[in-house]
Structures are given as C-alpha cells and as structure tokens.
Design a protein around this ligand. Structure first.
Ligand code: ZN
Ligand code: ZN
Length: 181
C-alpha cells in the first residue's frame, strides 16, 4: 500500500435493500472521510445460526470474515437482516473487534420502536448508519465514549441509538484523525 488512506467495503449478506447500503456508504464518506464501495452480496450466514436461540452468533460471523481476504478494502462493514447475539447479551445491533477488519450491522431490531410501533423508513436507515459508523469506529480503534450524543457512545437499547447523532464528538474526532494519519 502506498497510501495510509483506508478504503471501506460495505458488504450485504443476503437480501439487504440497496438504499440502506448507499445510506451507510454515504455517511462513512461524509463522517470518516474514507472512500467506500458497495460490494456484491454474499449469502446470509446460516453457519452462524444458534438453533436454541434462533439468533446468529456475531462472533462466529466475524471470525469467518476476519479470515477472508478483501484485497481492495482495509475494513469491511457487513450488513444483514438476521438477529445477532454475543453470549453475554440477549442481542446486539452490531459487533466489531477493536482494531479488527470486519464489523457487522443487523437491521433486525432497528425496524421497531421501544413501544413496539414501526418507525418510518428514514429512521431505520439513520439507525443503520449510526450502528455501521459506530462499528467502523471500533475497527479504527476508537473506544466507547461517555458523551451520549457521540457516535461512539455504547447503545444497549434503540432509544440510545436514537439519542446519538451521526457524528463523533470533538474528542473522538481528534482521536480518529490521529489514527488515520
Ligand atoms: Zn461499541
Ligand atoms: Zn466521543
């Protein structure tokens, strides 16, 4: 590599709406100033289905992707419709390893409000972009942040995702610029 500038692949797993992928890619470019490319879809990860929980094991999927080779992309954000879990949580909206190569975004729980009502599509897209940018932040080695408007704030519930802005706080921004230098 001749440049330190990172490129991010946005990878659908299964049948993910194009508009969601474009929205995520657009926000990666505007917020993180990184080039993006929407990749050809791969199959949904049936190998990660936990038969007892009827959810998909995020760690299994990440392990699979971390061992794959994405020649043109330093980081990959995979987007899927299936419900994800990691053993210590009932569910996760997304998952990534600190400084890893591949992050996951699940659309499954983003399409319902805490009161059970269905939000407009625009809200679902915004939530997906927030989760994607948060996970990409972890891939770029950003840690959780205490500012509840910051993209790197930890979200246990959908109301916390809604409270976040689509931007990093000043502190996290400076940290990121330093990482990308
Ligand atoms: Zn996080
Ligand atoms: Zn922050």
């Amino acid at each position: 590599m001749t440049s330190n500038k990172k490129s991010v692949g946005v990878l659908p797993l299964g049948d993910v709406p194009e508009i969601v992928l474009k929205f995520i890619a657009g926000h990666i470019t505007s917020c993180f100033k990184l080039t993006t490319q929407i990749l050809l879809p791969l199959e949904q990860p049936e190998y990660a289905l936990d038969e007892r929980r009827l959810q998909y094991n995020a760690a299994t999927i990440i392990e699979t992707f971390e061992s794959m080779h994405f020649s043109d992309h330093d980081k990959v954000i995979a987007v899927l419709n299936q419900d994800l879990f990691i053993p210590i949580f009932t569910h996760v909206f997304g998952e990534a390893r600190q400084g890893g190569k591949c992050g996951l975004v699940s659309l499954f729980r983003l399409a319902k409000n805490p009161d059970g009502s269905t939000p407009p599509k625009s809200i679902i897209h915004e939530r997906a972009a927030k989760v994607a940018l948060h996970e990409l932040g972890h891939l770029l080695d950003l840690l959780h942040c205490e500012h509840n408007k910051c993209l790197m704030h930890f979200s246990g519930g959908i109301d916390e995702v809604d409270e976040m802005s689509l931007d990093l706080c000043e502190y996290c921004s400076i940290y990121l610029q330093d990482k990308l230098r």
